[in-house]
Every structure is written in C-alpha cells, then in structure tokens.
Design a protein around this ligand. Sequence first.
Ligand SMILES: Nc1ncnc2c1ncn2[C@@H]1O[C@H](COP(=O)(O)OP(=O)(O)OP(=O)(O)O)[C@@H](O)[C@H]1O
Ligand SMILES: [Mg+2]
Length: 312
Amino acid sequence: MTDPHSSGSDEAVAEPQLEARGAPAQSSMPVGNATLASEAPATSALADPNDPSLVHPMRTLDLSCYFGSHKVVEGISLAFPANTVTALIGPSGCGKSTFLRSLNRMHELVPGARAEGTVLLHDQDVYGKDADPVAVRRAVGMVFQRPNPFPTKSIADNIWAGPKFNRVKGGKAERDDVVERTLRGAGLWDEVKNRLTAPAGGLSGGQQQRLCIARALAVEPDVLLMDEPCSALDPQSTLRIEDLIRELKDRVTVIIVTHNMQQAARVSDYTGVITIENEGEPGCLIETGLTRDVFGNPKHSRTEAYVTGRFG
Ligand SMILES: Nc1ncnc2c1ncn2[C@@H]1O[C@H](COP(=O)(O)OP(=O)(O)OP(=O)(O)O)[C@@H](O)[C@H]1O
Ligand SMILES: [Mg+2]
C-alpha cells in the first residue's frame, strides 16, 4: 500500500521535524509578501502525520473525482491526524472544493459526479456498499464559503435543526442546553444570548458564519470540512473565525481550504498542496507535510512559487 500521506513523488514526502519540538515555530516565516512575526506556533509539538501512534479519523487513498467523464482530481492520498488542522491550498480550479466535498459524499449530489478510490472514516470506507451517506455527512460536517444559515429560522432553531433532523429526543431543557453549549463553543453565545428567537438572517456576516460553524458542531461531528470559510468576511471576523478554528481542534479534526496563505500558516498544523501540472489535466497533490515545512522549506518548486505568490 502507498504511504497515505505521500503524493507519490519522492521529493514531495515531508519529513518529520522532531528537532523542532518546542521551538518557536513560524516565528519569521515568509508567506507571500508578508512575514508572520508574532503568530502562535501551530505545529511545534507535532510529529510525522503518518506516525502510526497517531489516530487518523480520516484518510484518503488514491482518491479521484469526476464530473461525468472529466477527471478533475487524481490519486490523492492524505492522512488527517485527530485534533489537528490541515490546510489544502492550490490555484483556482485545481479541485480543492471537489476533493473536500468528496470526503463527506457531497460531491455525488451533483448529477453525474462521482469519486473513485477510498475515503476512510475511522477505518470504514465512506464509499463502501453498506455506508450511509446521511450518517457520513453527520460525522463529517461542512462549512461553506458564504454563510448559509436558515435565514428565517431563529438562531436557536438553526442550532437545533441538526439534532432534530437526526431525531435526537429531548425536551426544552436539553434543547436549551445544546443551543447554549454549541453557541458558546462557537464563540457566539455572549453576542446572541438575548436574541435566540430572532431570525438568523439578522446577524452580521461574521456572526452568521460562526452560527453555521455552531450548527455544524451541534451534531458533534468527528471531522469538520471548511471551504474558504472566511473569504466573504472582513479582517476582524476572519481573525475571530481563525481563533475559533484553533480552539475547535480540541474537539474535531479540521480540514480547511483557503486561498489566504497567511491564514493557512496561522491556523494549520499540516498543509497539502494541490496543483494542475498542465492545462486540462486533473489536480494532483504535489506536496504535503507540516505547515512550517511546506511554507518555510518547500520541497517542490511549484509549492515555493505558489506560497510566495509567483504562481496561481
Ligand atoms: N458542477 C460542476 N460540473 C462540472 N465541472 C465542475 C463542477 N464544479 C466544478 N467543476 C470543475 O471541476 C474543476 C475543479 O473545481 P473546484 O471548484 O473543485 O476547484 P477549486 O480548486 O475549489 O477552485 P477555487 O479555488 O476557484 O474554488 C474545475 O475545472 C471546475 O470547472
Ligand atoms: Mg473551491
């Protein structure tokens, strides 16, 4: 079997930087035109993502994605260790969203779309013949680019929608408890506790996105997929969501697509780089590893070009 965190290219295999443990990671990491001088270390205590002593709630093996006969993603093998954040980066159109949506079987909701290969969720193949797509989507939540709360439903009902759909039984006390706990977990409680019955559409964009994160968390997923969750937000709301992402990994394994290189460097422990080699070809994983290495010491010239803003 292939190394589940490798891209199939020798030069793209990330080595663990054990000597970096405890070091002030990312203290002067160049990212594009910026230098992150004061970011908290996101990766200093991590070892190799393939370390067999780590738990991997999710991994893909040779995953390819199609729209009809058009293969847009080819042969991606990636392992996502528990309680970490993995950023997926790469130029527009390389298949990041498609790959992400194939992890919880949302990709196949587009007519003619399908995936080939394996996605393991706790060692069960989510594409196995007995797998239930609804159960997969419950365990693998998703947050999208634009906040998409149910705008006319109340803030509380947005949170309770998932547990209710999953037929969680519970009276008012349990409902109130889930709503409060979840909103607190998403850093939104203090801002909305006095307006829980107001329509969610009345919240600001940043609040709506935190509500959507809360809604996804209300069903206690194991993995949270985030597709450019801050791209529609102002800088302050973006930083709040980034803080939240760093907190969330205590509870959930996060996989985030972002075009914002500073964001990838700030929030993620690991990074995977997807690119298209030649026009018309599918997107492939060219490099993966600790974020500090992918940004600070890229092994692939296209990674370097991408993270420094010279390509893509
Ligand atoms: N519904 C669809 N039907 C057919 N092709 C699609 C569909 N959605 C996306 N594609 C194609 O699949 C490829 C990958 O698209 P995808 O949206 O996954 O890229 P991306 O890396 O997320 O891009 P961006 O960074 O711009 O969001 C593109 O060539 C795109 O045109
Ligand atoms: Mg996309």
